[in-house]
Design a protein around this ligand. Structure first.
Ligand code: BES
Ligand code: ZN
Length: 624
């Protein structure tokens, strides 16, 4: 027992040290919860599990292929076979301790891919899989030079979450399983390679790069990017990687990164990963951000010049605790990753930018949540509105949305408001420390929560209803942003025909503009030309503003796309250039619902080659 507590403590504060100390020992991770069966992985960890990976890959841009070997060290005391997840990989050979073995690839499931089964002996230690990827590997996006900022060199990046790591390496692809890794990556001379690991800050002379991630991570946090990339430090532990023409702008935009990191540590304990850098990707990146350890991947659409979208960095940074330290055990527990992270993100933003700003962010999340619940209810899909998801048999990428994020956030906010912030903060700090480097499922979280805070303190909250119930619980907190109240009153005046004096909105942030536009009703659509005339939304360079503007116009006044040349051009070039799913979906959906499906399909035909597989899948389903 004593040893157990000590180990927890050491694990939280000096994991790398612990690891070195234990590397000859049989201990792997301080996994305290039993493995929860994961419906999205073929891995059979109760039989055999892996401990460490050495990845050797050559990045071939001409053939759009990764080629090489994944060398897995087995955890001791394994069974007589190992099952790995794969999806469309070419498996050339499998060697166990240097000797070829007969392996088998099971039948392919459209979502899960194929299990790779191989025999083990009791003494087996190492499994080498010689393999290559196929051009359609869904995690990988291969960009032509024309799709980059510099236009001179190609670019490659991966997106492994949720279950796409298996499309670029054979692995036990479950968030409940962790391993450490090293990698040797060969890229064309002159290009930079980066991973979710210790990273170079300069290009190598021969295109060879070595990486190490000595802290165990789940497969969905495996990441690789290759391109014409430079580095610049922002603070002692923080820095930015970007294409050369994007680097200065990005460094300016993220200047407060170090302050965010300090604010995060002050809230919930020491940052466990060493460095925190951000890689700014080309615009086809399908997400806003991805919390790859030590190296967040980010969309360039947050580089607005006014630092108004840096909450995305706060979000990905927060995942260094919620998600990367304490990891959802299965994708049904995804809200544990994202709801906690939205809450933590908001706390970082409050600490660095003040409560008024943070409350605007909460207000936008509230609106997203209410809209999503209304949509799902209207579609008869109320079951999808509960925090604990039920994703078996479906693609976990389809579960990414305001329920896990914003309903999750509001649930934690309710607990914060009910038990008091000091108590809740102390709880969270201990929760992250004690459960560091392990996986968490919803039921266990509820147990820990009630054990720590006491059933009495939580008596006013119907935990079961919040987690398993559907719709919006009656006691859901409602953010109240004074800045948004101002925006509401100016919008009303505008609708009533009053003009809006420039000095009133000169200092509005992206959030105020987004809120302003979203507040116009269908009946106000006649004001669209006047709005554009005064505020020039159609020529905005800000993707958040453009996407709500496009959605509003295309839903309620689709003819405007033909009438106003600037709008029409801007809509098309936005959809062709930007591949962030969060912007694409509402825009295409509004076009579909507003009667412009033909135009949507026409633009999509042109845009689709620029999109990542994840974005294609969602838009394909929408537009058939
Ligand atoms: N981890 C997510 C992105 C993700 C989730 C990718 C599930 C694949 C499957 C990331 O942290 C995230 O939440 N990104 C948001 C950022 C936003 C909430 C600030 C995004 O991409 O929009
Ligand atoms: Zn997130």
């Amino acid at each position: 027992m004593k040893h157990h507590t000590l180990r927890k403590l050491v694990a939280a504060f000096c994991w790398p040290l612990l690891f070195t100390a234990c590397s000859s020992n049989k201990t792997t991770t301080p996994m305290e919860s039993p493995y929860i069966a994961d419906p999205h992985s073929y891995a059979r960890p109760e039989q055999s599990r892996v401990d460490a990976l050495h990845l050797q890959l050559t990045v071939d841009f001409e053939r759009q292929q990764l080629r090489g070997a994944a060398v897995w060290t087995l955890a001791p005391e394994h069974g007589d076979s190992l099952v790995l997840d794969t999806y469309d990989l070419n498996i050339d050979s499998v060697l166990v301790d240097g000797a070829p073995v007969a392996f088998s690839l099971g039948e392919k499931d459209a979502i899960l891919g194929q299990p790779l089964r191989l025999p083990l002996r009791p003494t087996s230690q190492e499994v080498r899989i010689v393999y290559s990827t196929q051009p359609g590997a869904r995690a990988l996006q291969w960009l032509d030079p024309a799709q980059t900022a510099g236009k001179k060199q190609p670019f490659l990046f991966t997106q492994s979450q949720a279950i796409l790591a298996r499309t670029w390496l054979p692995c036990q692809d479950s968030p409940g399983l962790r391993y450490r890794y090293t990698a040797d990556i060969q890229v064309p001379v002159g290009m930079m390679a980066l991973m979710s690991a210790t990273n170079p800050t300069e290009r190598s002379a021969d295109g060879r790069y070595s990486f190490e991630m000595e802290i165990p991570v789940p497969a969905y946090l495996m990441a690789l990017a290759v391109g014409d990339i430079d580095f610049k430090a922002v603070g002692p532990r923080t820095g930015v990687y970007a294409e050369p023409s994007m680097l200065e702008k990005s460094v300016y935009e993220f200047e407060e990164m170090e302050a965010m990191l300090e604010a995060a540590e002050a809230l919930y304990g020491p940052y466990a990963w060493g460095k925190y850098d951000v890689l700014v990707l080309p615009p086809s990146f399908p997400f806003g951000g991805m919390e790859n350890p030590r190296l967040t991947f980010a969309t360039p659409t947050i580089i607005t010049g006014d630092r108004s979208l840096v909450s995305l960095i706060a979000h990905e940074l927060a995942h260094s605790w919620s998600g990367n330290l304490v990891t959802n055990a299965t994708w049904d527990d995804f809200w544990l990753n994202e709801g906690f992270t939205v809450y933590f993100e908001n706390r970082i933003m409050e600490a660095v930018y003040g409560p008024d700003f943070a409350e605007m962010l909460a207000g936008i999340g509230y609106a997203d949540m209410v809209e999503e619940i209304a949509d799902l209810t209207a579609k008869g899909e109320l079951a999808k509105t509960s925090l604990k998801a039920n994703m078996a048999g479906t693609d976990p990428d389809d579960g990414v949305g305001p329920i896990a994020y914003d309903k999750g956030y509001h649930f934690l906010r309710l607990i914060d408001e009910t038990v008091g912030r000091a108590k809740f903060d102390a709880f969270l700090r201990t929760y992250f420390t004690e459960n560091a480097f392990s996986s968490m499922h919803t039921e266990r979280f509820v147990q820990i929560l009630t054990d720590s805070l006491g059933a009495e303190a939580l008596a006013g909250i119907d935990l079961q209803d919040w987690i398993y119930g559907t719709g919006l619980p009656a006691d859901c907190p409602k953010p109240a942003s004074p800045r948004f109240t101002q925006v509401d009153s100016w919008r009303s005046k505008f609708i009533a025909g009053e003009s809006l004096p420039q000095q009133q909105y000169a200092a509005w942030s992206t959030q105020e503009w987004v809120y302003f536009i979203r507040g116009f009703a269908a009946a106000d659509a006649k004001l669209i030309p006047a709005l554009d005339e005064q505020f020039n939304f159609s020529s905005s360079r800000n993707a958040e503003i453009l996407s709500v503007w496009f959605a509003y116009v295309m839903k309620h006044q689709p003819k405007y796309a033909q009438l106003n040349g600037i709008f029409g051009k801007s809509l098309e070039s936005f959809l062709v250039e930007v591949g962030r799913r969060k912007f694409l979906m509402p825009t295409y959906r509004a076009m579909k619902e507003g009667g412009s499906i033909a135009l949507a399909r026409q633009i999509y035909t042109k845009a689709r080659p620029n999109y990542h597989a994840v974005a294609r899948q969602s838009v394909d389903a929408l537009l058939q």
